[in-house]
Design a binder for this molecule. Structure first.
Ligand code: HEM
Length: 503
């Protein structure tokens, strides 16, 4: 770390925190930004030796502590400038231009090119992205769709409760201790499926379609096999017939095949009269007739693939935090019970009366973000932390690192949903879904699905955890718990459960 300016090293030794340079000096050149960026191949080797592929979030945290609030990095062919401060995030997003562009995930584009499949909104760029995104926004994220989504998602939430009650009943012990992740994957796919297709996939039942389970497994494999290919060109791995590339192709093939089946199914049922009921995002887009069928299929597949591990893992982390903080769990339960009473069965109203539940989800995404960083290729020269950064550079905001920075969040190690109730500074701090026109397209689905899930769970079960062990996260393109999280669910209303021996 020979490029670390003296002041960082000194203050770090004294305070174990980073102190930032004053802004009074003249702007320094791009080449002066501290970091390890001169030898990508050597850095890739050290990164690999440190098991960096799985620990990228911790490596970033370490780098910020070593170099300060900005550093440059080159690992393999991946080159970036990394920042951590909310004020700097504001500068970054101002420079994202008319067509914001994220880091290109070559593994994903290589698969599409290899199989000759179209890019959807996730992978498109420029005017093609914008024209598709504007139309999709209206059907997927605009406030007007909430009224259509809520009844569908609420029903899935209720079915999840019934399913958990059945599981509890089967144990004969009045509680159920389990690693909920598999149930949550199914819940998430059922939720996103019901919104996209206006129909249930049947994943809350005992016997589920093996194809649907295969789809879930393919999504996990797709994420897992992407991360090594961030640093090693997939074209090269393909030429040498590497297993990681073959697995990646197999995973995407499984995802596309299942999405194609669901889409075909909707084509068939669209001819039937369903007047009066909301037909789902896919049918709405087809009827709107503003995007080509191939474009619709590509984006629907991406929405389906993006809608499983993201929300399920966020819900798992939330339940984990609530199990670790029983008093907070009671407080949230109180809020939900009060909101239910005052909204008299109107779920749209109820969702407006649960600020602490919403704070809990923000708090989960602060400590356990799905995305380790947000990235943009900047479209103009900017100055951050007094360093010049030229247009075209890939700049990453370290979300995981920012969430744990004591100069950004007071007592960052504490899970405090109330910090989001407008008491603390919110400026460029709640960025779990990204920012601006390129932010998460599934945000409204995700937020509604997660809020409804928590409402139902808090109303029906107490969530407990056996031992107070800290679960760390591991990077598989998204952040996942490093080991299974075992939770115990106990019913609050025992009359919902009929013990097996009394029937
Ligand atoms: C907790 C849940 C989720 C989190 C934290 C999350 C986070 C993100 C983030 C950080 C981005 C990049 C945004 C940016 O660059 O500014 C993104 C993009 C995206 N997400 Fe999500 N996401 C979640 C759930 C979902 C769901 C449920 C879906 C689908 C129904 C989805 C579909 C997408 C799509 C299609 C994009 C790409 C949008 C574009 O490039 O225009 N996400 N998400």
């Amino acid at each position: 770390f020979k490029k670390v300016p003296q002041q960082y090293r000194l203050t770090q030794c004294l305070l174990h925190q980073v102190v930032y340079p004053d802004n009074s000096s003249t702007v320094q050149a791009f080449s002066e930004i501290p970091g390890l960026w001169k030898n990508g191949v050597a850095n890739l080797y050290s990164f690999w030796k440190l098991d960096g592929f799985k620990n990228i979030h911790r490596v970033m945290l370490h780098n910020f502590n070593t170099f300060g609030p900005i550093y440059r990095e080159k690992i393999g062919y991946y080159e970036s400038v990394n920042i951590i401060k909310p004020e700097d995030a504001a500068i970054l997003f101002k420079a994202e231009g008319h067509y914001p562009k994220r880091l290109k995930v070559e593994a994903w584009t290589s698969y599409r090119d290899y199989r000759n499949r179209k890019y959807g909104v996730l992978l498109k760029n420029g005017e093609d992205w914008r024209s598709n995104r504007v139309i999709l926004n209206r059907e997927v994220i605009s406030p007007k769709v909430l009224g259509n989504f809520v009844p569908l998602l609420d029903e899935v939430g209720q079915d999840f409760v019934a399913r958990v009650n059945k599981k509890i009943e089967r144990t004969g012990q009045g509680k159920w201790t389990t690693d909920l992740s598999h149930e949550l994957f199914k819940y998430a796919l059922e939720s996103v499926g019901s919104v996209l297709y206006g129909e249930r996939l049947g994943l809350m039942l005992d016997y589920i379609d093996p194809e649907a389970q295969h789809f879930i497994d393919c999504i996990s494999l797709m994420f897992k096999t992407t991360s090594p290919m961030l640093y090693i060109p997939p074209g090269l791995l393909r030429r040498v017939g590497a297993k990681v590339w073959r697995d990646h192709v197999e995973a995407w093939d499984g995802i596309f095949n299942q999405a194609d089946r669901c889409i075909q199914n909707i084509y068939r049922t669209m001819r039937q009269d369903r007047s009066g009921t909301y037909p789902g995002v896919l049918a709405s887009l087809l009827m709107l007739d503003k995007l080509s069928i191939e474009d619709i299929k590509a984006s629907i597949t991406e929405l389906m693939a993006g809608g499983v591990d993201t929300t399920s893992i966020t819900l798992l982390w939330t339940l984990y935090e609530l199990a670790r903080h029983p008093d907070l769990q009671e407080e949230l339960r109180g809020e939900v019970v009060g909101a239910r009473a005052s909204s008299q069965g109107n779920m749209l109203q109820m969702l407006k009366r649960i600020p602490l539940v919403k704070g809990a989800l923000k708090e989960t995404l602060r400590l356990h973000p799905v995305a380790v960083s947000l990235q943009r290729y900047i479209t103009e020269d900017i100055v951050i932390q007094n360093y010049h950064i030229p247009s075209g550079t890939l700049v990453q905001l370290g979300l995981y690192a920012m969430g744990r920075d004591p100069s950004v969040f007071r007592k960052p190690e504490q899970y405090l949903p109330s910090r989001w109730l407008r008491t603390e500074n919110q400026y460029f701090r709640s960025l779990g879904f990204g920012f601006g026109p390129r932010q998460c397209l599934g945000r409204r689905i995700a937020e509604t699905e997660m809020q409804l899930f928590l409402i139902h769970m808090l109303e029906n079960f107490r969530v407990e955890k056996q031992r107070q062990v800290e679960v760390r996260s591991t990077f598989e393109l998204i952040l996942l718990p490093e080991k299974p999280i075992l939770l115990t669910l106990k019913p609050l209303h025992t009359d919902d459960i009929t013990p097996l021996h009394s029937r």
